[in-house]
Design a protein around this ligand. Structure first.
Ligand SMILES: [Zn+2]
Length: 158
């Protein structure tokens, strides 16, 4: 029964807004929280956004691999404007809870991917399976950063 509800939600998410608009995926995320941060930012600039597959990914991180992550979709006509905003978000350095700028420990670059990207590597998949088996929240994904310059992955110490 649970699975049926999830499948229903999935198809609803997938097709409902598509009836009326020409939606494109502007960005994908490995967790719902990150997608909502970006969504709020785009909406503050007047761009209508839809988050797809959030429920299915939140319910079970393993589905993340199956559905390809949480997708943020927008109207095709907003594409250029949205990409400009996304770039400006990317260029904003990440900060930790103490508001300090997070840097790569290897090359000190501030251009980093935050944790959710790490899902793509084997450790991320192992973490997903572990959290699925033991039904624990996948803390792993939120604490790993990856340098865009040298590909170093590191944990942010609190
Ligand atoms: Zn680096």
């Amino acid at each position: 029964m649970h699975l049926l509800i999830q499948l229903y939600q999935y198809f609803l998410d997938q097709f409902y807004p598509s009836f009326t608009m020409n939606l494109i995926t502007i960005k994908t995320f490995n967790d719902g929280i990150s997608s909502h941060i970006v969504k709020a930012r785009l909406e503050s600039e007047g761009i209508q956004c839809f988050v797809y597959d959030e429920n299915i990914v939140t319910l079970n991180p393993l589905y993340n691999i199956a559905v390809g992550g949480v997708k943020l979709k927008i109207n095709e006509e907003d594409r250029e404007r949205a990409l400009t905003i996304l770039r400006s978000i990317d260029e904003t350095p990440l900060t930790n809870e103490q508001e300090e700028i997070i840097k790569c420990p290897n090359c000190h670059s501030t251009e980093l991917y935050s944790g959710f990207k790490s899902m793509k590597n084997p450790a991320g998949i192992v973490a997903a399976i572990t959290s699925f088996v033991f039904s624990v929240f996948p803390i792993y994904f939120k604490t790993v950063y990856r340098c865009k310059k040298c590909d170093t992955e590191f944990n942010q110490k609190k």
